[in-house]
Design a protein around this ligand. Sequence first.
Ligand SMILES: Nc1ncnc2c1ncn2[C@@H]1O[C@H](COP(=O)(O)OP(=O)(O)OP(=O)(O)O)[C@@H](O)[C@H]1O
Ligand SMILES: [Mg+2]
Length: 262
Amino acid sequence: MPLDAALPFYQPVADEVALFEHAFQHRLPLLLKGPTGCGKTRFVTHMAAKLGRPLHTVSCHDDLTAADLTGRYLLKGGDTVWTDGPLTRAVREGAICYLDEVVEARKDVTVVLHPLTDDRRILPLERTGETLEAPPDFMLVVSYNPGYQNILKTLKPSTRQRFLAVEFDFPKPELEIPIVATESGLPESRVVPLVRLANALRALKGQDLEEGVSTRLLIYCATLIRSGMKPERAIRAALIEPLTDDPDIRAGLLRVADVTLG
Ligand SMILES: Nc1ncnc2c1ncn2[C@@H]1O[C@H](COP(=O)(O)OP(=O)(O)OP(=O)(O)O)[C@@H](O)[C@H]1O
Ligand SMILES: [Mg+2]
């Protein structure tokens, strides 16, 4: 069996694979920016498998604290026992830790990220008195979507400038067509009009729509069609309804679909 057989499918769109490999090799943290459903999570999953490192993913939210990442004392049968959080576990194991939507996390999270993302590469655990030194195989990857954040929810320069950064966007049609076909099993010839429609809808971003149709939604749509659903119904459920709640905008999107698909 070839070595790559177990790798999650990821179609590179630019030089992001090489960048990730360099970052890993030189122990530099990496920031991925890009719209929802454009392949960030899939990319990290693929790279972790490619580099043979375990992956610990944390979806950040506005209640996420430093202790959720580092760990805490928990009651276990009358005793209090220290329990590592996902970041600490990743540091101990030399794994890749992926913090998704990192801008959502509480401010105190930056306090643990800073010493880990400069040349010290240490994780001080205040509660246990330990200071962990990150092994060479440990890597921190974070991502966020610059699109729908309000201005207050962005990274401070002192955090942002600790990371190499790469911007993701939806793949060009020549790449997105095979991606959608591979993921859904729908033949490429039937994916072509869906990708054309997605790009027509993406052109409306900023005017009527907050975010363009994601590759993820295109795959949903192609999957429904592949399983026998009528294309018009699948398009409405996967490419139109998820984008808006506004009836006028929806009517406009349906017109774009009619015009684009002829
Ligand atoms: N370059 C690619 N190669 C292979 N699959 C891709 C690629 N880009 C997108 N996909 C497909 O699109 C789906 C959505 O991508 P993914 O979950 O990685 O998005 P994301 O950028 O992490 O979105 P979010 O910000 O919402 O978490 C994946 O499950 C995968 O099927
Ligand atoms: Mg994701």
